[in-house]
Design a binder for this molecule. Structure first.
Ligand SMILES: [Zn+2]
Ligand SMILES: [Zn+2]
Length: 268
């Protein structure tokens, strides 16, 4: 059974896929379940684009598609929440108990955007990476309303440095990643394996990297979702079979789906 737990419809400003496109493609690709996870980023610091989700309309549409596809595809109400340390109460108020599945993602740090490069302007490469990890740690220490952390090592995709080292290549980063993962595990949360790593950048690793996934396994991490982070039809379930084979090789033997924030485990 295949589940894609990270998909963007045209409710996200950076996707043109309709919910119908997503559902049809998921059925064609033999997926049994999907979570649609459109963006909501509160206090996002890029003037060029807004990630504001009209929650009521979105949930209403998802329910419509849940009914339309009831005999073919399980559709979960998900969201990708852009987390920042100063908006945790606002995130809670927005999310309430309205979703099956919440990805907590870090598209910014210290109120600055990764994608447009603002966050990296004042820092050396590793300093930027460490500061990014610290902001994730602060959030997992103080926030509970999420299912998994999205693309944990996203920071190394941006900054436009000459190299994109694995975050596990630096001892201070390893310590921070360990603290983050321990906290996630203790709080019964998980991480996602995001397959954009195979189609954006150098293409060698999913996000997070294999080294981080190995550490998560060593520390006892069990809650793991897999998502393509698709913004177009061809990306849906991208490299899932290879990724599942990789996860098995690392030692994982199950994947997770969510219903009303409660995990269900499936053997892989
Ligand atoms: Zn994201
Ligand atoms: Zn996404």
């Amino acid at each position: 059974m295949l589940f894609d737990y990270h998909l963007h419809s045209d409710f996200s400003a950076d996707s043109k896929m309709t919910l119908k496109d997503i559902c049809e493609t998921a059925v064609q690709k033999n997926l049994s379940e999907i979570a649609v996870t459109d963006h909501h980023d509160i206090d996002y610091q890029d003037d060029q684009i807004e990630f504001n989700l009209d929650k009521n309309k979105y949930l209403e549409e998802l329910e419509k598609y849940q009914n339309l596809y009831a005999d073919r595809l399980t559709i979960k109400k998900g969201i990708e929440m852009g987390m920042q340390t100063h908006i945790l109460n606002q995130c809670d108020q927005y999310l309430k108990n309205d979703f099956d599945f919440i990805i907590a993602s870090f598209h910014t740090a210290e109120k600055k955007d990764l994608f447009n490069g603002d966050f990296f302007k004042e820092y050396q490469q590793w300093e930027a990476y460490l500061r990014y990890l610290k902001s994730i740690l602060e959030v997992v220490d103080n926030f509970d309303n999420y299912s998994v952390i999205g693309h944990l090592d996203l920071v190394r995709r941006y900054g436009y440095y000459e190299t994109t080292p694995d975050l596990m290549d630096n001892n201070k980063a390893v310590e921070l990643i360990q603290e983050i993962l321990k906290k996630i595990i203790k709080n019964d949360k998980g991480i996602e394996v995001n397959t954009t790593g195979y189609y954006i950048g150098n293409g060698q690793n999913p996000l997070p990297s294999i080294k981080i996934l190995k550490l998560y396994k060593q520390l006892g991490g069990e809650i793991l979702t897999i998502g393509s982070d698709s913004h177009s039809k061809d990306q849906i379930a991208y490299k899932f079979l290879e990724t599942i084979a990789l996860l098995k090789k690392i030692g994982f033997n199950k994947l997770t789906t969510f219903t009303k924030m409660k995990p269900t485990f499936y053997k892989i």
